[in-house]
Write a protein that binds this ligand. Structure first.
Ligand SMILES: [Zn+2]
Length: 198
């Protein structure tokens, strides 16, 4: 029985690498897959899924208007793979869930669970609610504990507490940290306390 899967993590846990590996595993067995990524994620170029290990691959893009049920998908599709799934809308997650259970198409979504404020992304909230299988992909904080939070750091090296959920451009950076380091970062200039954040 096909399922909707959500594999979630903090930043830099290797989500895109895992997605590309999953695609390869299907294709090695002669099966066809379709890849999507968020239209506004252009870190690796528009419509490109890029892994930090250097692998890149072209993908279709989705925006809030995309209807996956009507997307031009290849015949005999074995699996739908979606990167940056936190940017799906709630309705799109329902479309994907329906495709898994009505059309029998497995859908694998990879994305962030929460933003730098500790708030859910809309797509992640819905995926965490209705996906059939949840899998946390683990990554490690600089202190050695499990990283589960995303910290936004501004150009001066301070943790950012408020602001837009998604910044396009700008000089802010992100770091995956454990909760202890996340809260220890309140108002701390990381250039002044480098030991705290490695
Ligand atoms: Zn830590």
């Amino acid at each position: 029985m096909a399922k909707l899967y959500f594999r979630y993590a903090a930043m830099n846990a290797g989500k895109s690498t895992a997605l590309l590996q999953a695609a390869y595993n299907y294709e090695e067995r002669g099966m066809t897959v379709a890849l999507f990524t968020a239209a506004h994620d252009e870190r690796s170029g528009r419509g490109v899924i890029g892994s930090r290990l250097g692998l890149t691959r072209a993908a279709a893009t989705f925006g809030p208007e995309t209807r996956f049920e009507r997307a031009a998908l290849p015949a005999q599709l074995a699996c739908l793979l979606i990167d940056e799934a936190q940017f799906l809308t709630s309705e799109q997650v329902v479309q994907l869930h329906r495709m898994a259970h009505v059309e029998g198409l497995p859908v694998l979504c990879y994305g962030l669970r929460g933003d730098f404020r500790g708030e859910a992304f809309p797509g992640s909230a819905k995926l965490l609610t209705i996906a059939d299988e949840l899998e946390e992909m683990k990554t490690i904080c600089a202190c050695g504990r499990k990283a589960s939070m995303n910290m936004r750091i501004d150009a001066e090296g301070r943790r950012v507490l408020h602001g837009e959920q998604v910044l396009i451009g700008g000089n802010d950076r992100y770091r995956a940290v454990c909760p202890s380091c996340y809260y220890a970062g309140d108002g701390v200039d990381i250039h002044q306390a480098p030991g705290l954040f490695g």
